[in-house]
Write a protein that binds this ligand. Structure first.
Ligand code: SF4
Ligand code: SF4
Length: 136
């Protein structure tokens, strides 16, 4: 039976140009859909993938990625910001690994780009007024 998993891959600098994701299809028969892909300010590759295949192949594919040195997280939640609560204190900006939270230079307020968020949860833990919420 086929299963689908949404995963976040953090590829260290040296792996960014390696065909590790391609091998998921070639060696583990997984279909994958790239939902988001970008390079972080630390020059790591960040990918959010939906992989589909039989459970064994999914597990083996994930194991393969980990063996290659890829940091793999399962995504099972989503993050949203409660605008009225945010005081734009900026505490979360330095913690966000993907730049999803950043200071808008024009407005001098903290903006949130949901498409860049990998739901790591760092901001949820750090926000002093609980403006960031996740359905963990
Ligand atoms: S830590 Fe919370 S209150 Fe401060 S800018 Fe971030 S979301 Fe807004
Ligand atoms: S959960 Fe918060 S800290 Fe993590 S990527 Fe999303 S916005 Fe950034």
């Amino acid at each position: 039976m086929k299963t689908s998993k949404k995963i976040v891959l953090k590829l260290p600098h040296g792996l960014v140009n390696q065909p590790v994701v391609y091998k998921l299809a070639k060696d583990y028969r997984l279909e994958f859909n790239i939902l988001k892909a970008y390079i972080t300010p630390k020059e790591e590759g960040l990918l959010i993938l939906e992989i589909t295949g039989n459970k064994d192949d999914c597990d083996k594919g994930i194991e393969y990625l980990i063996t290659c040195g890829v940091d793999v997280q399962l995504v099972s939640h989503e993050i949203k910001r409660i605008e009225e609560k945010c005081t734009h204190c900026g505490l979360c900006v330095g913690l966000c690994p993907t730049g999803a939270l950043y200071v808008n230079i024009k407005s001098r307020k903290v903006d949130f780009i949901g498409e860049k968020c990998t739901a790591c949860g760092m901001c949820v833990k750090a926000c002093p007024v609980q403006a960031m919420e996740g359905n963990f």
